[in-house]
Design a protein around this ligand. Structure first.
Ligand code: GSY
Length: 177
């Protein structure tokens, strides 16, 4: 089975066992035969953006290969959120686990249920910093500059601190997850 498409995800948690939930989300994703996890960034602790009166988040980025369409990938992500008993107290408030598609090849999709590239990704240091760790040379669709350059040009990089440095290429890290 060919997993020919490349997608990047942002994963976050700010309720319960945050690190355990991030790891379980990756574990659950890797169970699907049509998803191959290629890389996972370090874990970052990040100040909440938007509604700021809530606990700190842990965030990371994932690179995967898949034969699923963007819509089918989204429903797998929602399945994982359900399996992990996702809780969200209010729309922009604390949540146990959140899985968002950031990029899917260089496609551009705008529907009510799915927007790719993720509409706010370029303004969010908690997305760009983990993402550019694992995809520095990739280019944002319809843009000529790399994600690393986008990050360098972003003014607000505050509120994102390394929490656990991980090297996914190191097999011992993969087996821990
Ligand atoms: O959009 C994802 C949920 N979310 C986050 C997040 O994951 N991290 C940080 N730092 N702030 C956030 N605000 C929202 S909403």
């Amino acid at each position: 089975m060919e997993r020919m498409n490349t997608a990047y995800l942002s994963v976050g948690s700010n309720m319960g066992d945050r690190e355990g939930l991030l790891k379980k989300a990756i574990e659950q994703l890797s169970v699907y035969p049509d998803i191959l996890i290629e890389n996972v960034s370090s874990i970052y602790e990040t100040d909440p953006v938007g509604y700021t009166d809530q606990p700190l988040f842990l965030n990371l980025a994932v690179k995967l290969k898949t034969s699923l369409s963007p819509q089918a990938l989204l429903s797998k992500l929602q399945e994982v959120e359900t399996k992990l008993d996702r809780k969200r107290v209010q729309k922009w408030g604390p949540r146990t686990i959140d899985l968002d598609i950031l990029l899917y090849n260089s496609v551009s999709i705008q529907t009510e249920v799915l927007e790719i590239p993720h509409p706010r990704m370029l303004e969010r240091a908690f997305v760009l910093i983990p993402l550019s760790e694992i995809a520095p040379d990739d280019v944002y669709p319809d843009n000529t500059i790399s994600l690393h350059q986008v990050l360098c040009e972003q003014r607000d990089k505050e509120g994102v601190r390394i929490w656990k440095k991980t090297d996914w290429e190191d097999a011992s890290v993969r087996s821990e997850n």
